[in-house]
Write a protein that binds this ligand. Structure first.
Ligand SMILES: Cc1cc2nc3c(=O)[nH]c(=O)nc-3n(C[C@H](O)[C@H](O)[C@H](O)COP(=O)(O)OP(=O)(O)OC[C@H]3O[C@@H](n4cnc5c(N)ncnc54)[C@H](O)[C@@H]3O)c2cc1C
Length: 455
């Protein structure tokens, strides 16, 4: 008779925890999740913490593997490109990809979280809410939990523990005390705040629904993602300090004056702007890199707990979901040989999560600054033309990250080479008709090898 499968304890019922629970339950593991917050299906989520996410191919692939994508389709809005809003209110649309299939999908974080928790419970995972992990003994596997309502502390012994407890992970804090644990965190000088553009009187979207709207303003930026109820979830990115900053906007009058001068067309669509602004918290953004991600063959960090990134490539959860499918593939390959699985997991993922962390930081400058530059838009057009002609050699970095499951480290390395090729081709010209295709052919064949595109 086979021994009973290991019991797996997950910390955190955010986005990665419940998805991983589903995939583990489908393989017969007993799974329990401990979550510090109350159950958001019964208690209203905190104001300003329901930000929309852009879901792309890596996230969709993981949801397909869990058998959930068909269910999710009804709650996403495909966004075909960026809609840039100039200070004068002019609109410029820039498609993300080559065709209608190359879109990113706006989804409410809360809706996605609820759907994942429902599916995890349907599969037989147990979720304990209001249970905060306050410590973990790496040697004995003993977990400390605090019941948030009564403040009662309990200890729980665990076989296998996977920390999906986000960027401020309590399990990572326990690992920090370990000898030779590497850790770095880099906070952005910018924070973010969630705001809303309400639906029109007939429930319609007041801006183009199938686009990610961007108001790029150099050092600051506003974005808006569509919701299925006709509203837009907006995020304002501002420095914490300085002339135009969160610190400088202390009264409703200052907020309104700032919006009317910097984002006038958006401000006209936000009747509750000042109320929203002061009701919602200001969040901070951090890049976290650490190693090793596992301890003693029985505890592992996954998702933001292992590698928090800034949100400007829209990849945090896509990357976390890719962690889940990578881990599951290793379990399928090796059986429950946890030390081997955890080692191989980190080897497979670390270079890739470091790469997307760096690309996400770079993309902040692209989004807030370069997307409104006509030379940048011209290069994007040339990129798409090159991809059409050389689909297995030249795939734009954005597409490698967003529309393919090409490893992030490959996307970063090839993206750098492609930037140089693009500069050589684009710098001397201003019209796509003047592109020197002979030079393009030479540069591409000389610098790029055929790309392996995972299906
Ligand atoms: C402004 C913003 C915009 C973003 N946009 C995108 C996007 O467009 N696309 C994208 O892919 N990603 C995006 N992200 C990133 C994405 O939100 C994260 O990568 C993702 O939520 C990480 O999932 P996770 O499950 O690892 O952590 P989380 O979603 O943070 O979940 C962690 C869970 O653990 C719980 N927890 C924490 N500590 C404890 C404890 N001690 N004990 C018990 N429970 C605990 C928390 O309550 C939470 O429920 C964005 C992030 C931000 C901030």
């Amino acid at each position: 008779m086979n021994p009973p499968p290991d019991k797996i304890t997950l910390i955190g019922a955010g986005l990665n925890g419940p998805l991983l629970a589903i995939l583990l339950r489908q393989r017969g593991f007993e799974v329990e999740i401990y979550e510090r917050r109350p159950d958001m299906r019964r208690v209203r989520v905190d104001a300003g913490r329901s930000i929309n996410l852009a879901l792309s191919v890596r996230g969709i692939y993981a949801l397909q593997r869990a058998g959930l994508w068909e269910r999710m389709r009804s709650i996403v809005i495909p966004m075909k490109g960026r809609m840039m809003h100039s200070p004068a209110g002019e609109l410029t649309f820039q498609p993300y990809g080559q065709n209608e299939a190359e879109v990113i999908n706006s989804i409410s974080r809360a809706e996605l979280n609820i759907a994942l928790m429902n599916a995890a419970e349907e599969q037989g995972a147990l979720i304990h809410f209001n249970r905060r992990c306050t410590g973990y003994d790496l040697t004995t596997g003993s977990l400390k939990l605090r019941e948030e309502e009564t403040r009662k502390e309990t200890a729980l012994s665990t076989d296998i523990l996977i920390a999906c407890d986000g960027s401020a992970s309590a399990i990572r804090t326990a690992m920090l005390k370990k000898n030779r644990f590497d850790f770095s965190q880099q906070h952005l000088g910018h924070g973010y705040k969630e705001l809303t553009i309400p639906a029109g009187i007939r429930g319609e979207h007041l801006l183009e629904a199938h686009a990610l709207h961007i108001w790029p303003r150099g050092n600051l930026m506003l974005i808006a993602l569509p919701n299925i109820d006709g509203t837009f979830a907006c995020i304002l990115f501002l420095p914490f300090e300085g002339a135009e900053s969160f610190a400088a906007l202390a009264s409703p009058e200052e907020v309104l004056a700032f919006f009317h001068s910097r984002f006038a067309d958006a401000a006209r669509l936000m009747p509750q702007l000042a109320e929203n602004y002061f009701a919602n918290p200001t969040g901070s953004m951090v890049t976290i890199k650490c190693a090793p991600w596992h301890a003693n063959g029985n505890a592992l960090l996954l998702g933001d707990a292992a590698h928090a990134i800034v949100p400007f490539f829209g990849q945090g959860i896509n990357c976390g979901f890719e962690d889940c499918t990578t881990l599951i593939d290793l379990i399928d390959r090796h059986g429950p040989d946890w030390p081997l699985i955890f080692n191989e997991f980190e080897s497979a993922r670390k270079a890739n999560t470091d790469a997307i962390a760096d690309m996400a930081l770079e993309n902040f400058i692209e989004m807030r600054d370069r997307v409104s530059d006509s030379r940048f838009l011209f290069r994007k057009k040339v990129e798409l033309a090159l991809e059409q002609k050389y689909p297995s050699l030249f795939v734009p970095k954005y597409a490698m990250v967003t529309f393919h499951r090409i490893p992030y480290s490959v996307a970063l390395a090839r993206g750098t080479v492609q930037e140089r090729v693009l500069a050589e081709l684009c710098d001397p010209i201003h019209r796509i008709e003047d592109l020197d295709w002979t030079k393009a052919d030479q540069l591409i064949h000389r610098n790029l090898t055929p790309l392996e595109i995972p299906q």
